[in-house]
Design a protein around this ligand. Structure first.
Ligand SMILES: Cc1cc2nc3c(=O)[nH]c(=O)nc-3n(C[C@H](O)[C@H](O)[C@H](O)COP(=O)(O)O)c2cc1C
Ligand SMILES: C=C(O[C@@H]1CC(C(=O)O)=C[C@@H](OP(=O)(O)O)[C@H]1O)C(=O)O
Length: 389
C-alpha cells in the first residue's frame, strides 16, 4: 500500500491517490468525511477552518460501496480557492501584474519558507508555503481514513487524543479501553481526558492568542487488536516501530516520537521497564505491563500500541520574531498572517490517521492479497497460529 498527495493550500483541491487497497472492502464516502470533519475541529484553530468544510469526492477505485482493487482517488476541494483565483491560477500572468502579485518575500522562522525558497529558487515564497502548509494533512487523513476502514474489518482499532498542551499534562488512566478513550476525548474541545487540565489548556490557548503567540503539545495514538509479530527484526528497514516513528515525524511541526514510557526508559532500571510475559488459557501470551508501548524487536507484541508525538508551537506568529526580507535584506518583524494559535487537538486526529496507514500497510505487506476476504482469512489464520504457539 502507498499513497501520494497533491495540492496547494489555496489551490483548487487536494488529491490523494491510494494504491494497494484490496478489492471487496466495503467503503463509504461518509467514513472518510467523518475523519475529515474531526480533523477540522479542536480549540485553537484560526479563521481558515471557518471557510473550509472538508468533504471528500471519491473519483476512482470504488463502485457501489466496495473497493475495486484499483487506485482510489480522493478529492477535497479548497473552498478558499474562490478568494485566491487571481493569485493561484495556473495561467501565465498578464503583463500588468503588479496588482495581483503580492509576492511573499519575508520568510517566517520555523516554517519552510526560507529553506524551500533557496532550494527551489522561489523568490516568491508563496510557491513554498502553499505546499508546505498543513492543509495537506487533510489529504493524508483521507488515506488514513481508508486504512482505518480496512483495519476495523480486521478487528484493529486506532484512536488519537491530546496528552499535553503548553506543559499542561492530561493523565490518562491506562486501564481505559480504546472505546472509552475515544468517547471521552471526542467530547472534549481539546480532545483530552482530564477536565481540569482541559480548562487550563484552553486558557493557555486563549492567552497565547491574545499575546500573538502560539503553543505546542503532545498527542498520543492508541491501537488495539494488532496481532503479535507484525514488522520484523531481521532487517533495519522492516522494523515497524521505526516506520511509524518516521511517519509521525513527517507530520507538519512534529519534532519527536516516543513509544510507551519512551524517554523515561533512560531513567529507570531494566526491571522497571521490560514487560513481564504471562500466559493464560483465556488470553494466550500477554504482558503484565505495557511500558514498551506494544513493540519489541521492531515487531508488535500483541499488546496495545501506545505512541506519542510532540508538536512544536505553530511558526506563524503575530508577535514579532526577527527575520530578513529576501529582497531588501533588511530585518523586519513578523508579517501578520492568518494562522492557528494551537493545532494540537487537530494534529491528534492527523497522527491517528498517519499511524493507521502505517499499520494497514504493515498488515498488507505481511499478508499480500488483492482480494479483501482472502486477506481477512490470512489474518484470522495467523491469529490462530500465534495463539497456539
Ligand atoms: C493541523 C496543523 C495545523 C497547522 N496550522 C498552522 C498554521 O495555521 N500556521 C502555521 O504557521 N503553521 C501551522 N502548522 C505547522 C506548519 O505547517 C509547519 O510548522 C511547517 O510546515 C514547517 O514544517 P516543520 O514544522 O515540520 O519543520 C500546522 C500543523 C498542523 C499539523
Ligand atoms: C488549511 C489548513 O491549515 C492551515 C495550515 C497552515 C500552515 O501553514 O501549515 C496555515 C493556515 O492556513 P491559511 O494560511 O490559509 O490560514 C492553516 O489554516 C488545514 O488544516 O486545513
Amino acid at each position: 500500500m502507498r499513497y501520494l498527495t497533491a495540492g496547494e493550500s489555496h489551490g483548487k483541491q487536494l488529491t490523494t491517490i491510494i494504491e494497494g487497497i484490496p478489492s471487496h472492502l466495503p467503503l463509504l464516502r461518509e467514513q472518510i468525511n467523518e475523519s475529515l470533519i474531526r480533523r477540522q475541529g479542536g480549540y485553537g484553530r484560526g479563521k481558515r477552518m471557518q471557510i473550509e468544510k472538508d468533504l471528500v469526492e471519491i473519483t476512482s477505485g470504488v463502485r457501489h460501496g466496495y473497493t475495486l482493487g484499483s487506485p482510489i482517488t480522493l478529492v477535497v476541494s479548497n473552498d478558499d480557492f474562490k478568494h485566491w483565483t487571481d493569485i493561484m491560477g495556473e495561467d501565465p500572468l498578464p503583463e500588468d501584474t503588479q496588482k495581483i502579485r503580492r509576492t511573499v518575500t519575508k520568510p517566517r522562522p520555523g516554517h519552510a519558507d526560507l529553506n524551500g525558497g533557496m532550494k527551489y529558487g522561489h523568490r516568491d515564497m508563496r510557491n513554498v508555503l502553499e505546499r508546505s502548509s498543513a492543509r495537506e494533512t487533510a489529504a493524508r487523513v483521507g488515506a488514513g481514513a481508508v486504512a482505518k476502514v480496512l483495519l476495523k474489518e480486521l478487528g484493529i482499532e486506532v484512536t488519537g487524543y491530546v496528552r499535553e498542551i503548553a506543559g499542561i499534562v492530561s493523565d490518562v488512566d491506562e486501564n481505559l479501553t480504546l472505546q472509552q478513550r475515544r468517547e471521552i476525548s471526542e467530547a472534549s474541545p481539546v480532545r483530552t481526558f482530564d477536565e481540569k487540565a482541559a480548562e487550563k489548556m484552553m486558557h493557555a490557548i486563549d492567552e497565547a492568542k491574545k499575546e500573538g503567540d502560539s503553543i505546542g503539545g503532545v498527542t498520543e495514538v492508541y491501537v488495539e487488536g494488532m496481532p503479535p509479530g507484525i514488522g520484523s527484526y531481521v532487517q533495519y528497514d522492516r522494523k515497524l516501530d521505526a516506520k511509524i516513528a518516521g511517519s509521525v515525524m513527517s507530520i507538519n511541526a512534529y519534532k519527536g516520537v516516543e513509544f510507551g514510557i519512551g524517554f523515561e526508559a533512560a531513567r529507570r532500571n531494566g526491571s522497571e521497564v521490560h514487560d513481564e510475559i504471562l500466559w493464560s488459557e483465556e488470553r494466550g501470551y500477554y504482558r503484565r505491563t505495557n511500558r514498551l508501548g506494544g513493540f519489541e524487536g521492531g515487531m508488535t507484541t500483541g499488546m496495545p500500541i501506545v505512541v506519542k508525538g510532540v508538536m512544536k508551537p505553530i511558526p506563524t506568529l503575530y508577535k514579532p520574531l526577527q527575520s530578513v526580507d529576501i529582497e531588501t535584506k533588511e530585518p523586519f518583524n513578523a508579517s501578520i498572517e492568518r494562522s492557528d494559535s494551537c493545532a494540537v487537538p487537530a494534529a491528534s486526529v492527523v497522527m491517528e490517521h498517519i499511524v493507521a496507514f502505517e499499520l494497514a500497510k504493515a498488515i498488507t505487506d505481511e499478508f499480500p492479497a488483492d482480494y479483501f476476504p482472502r486477506l481477512k482469512r490470512a489474518v484470522d489464520d495467523y491469529r490462530k497460529e500465534v495463539r497456539e504457539f
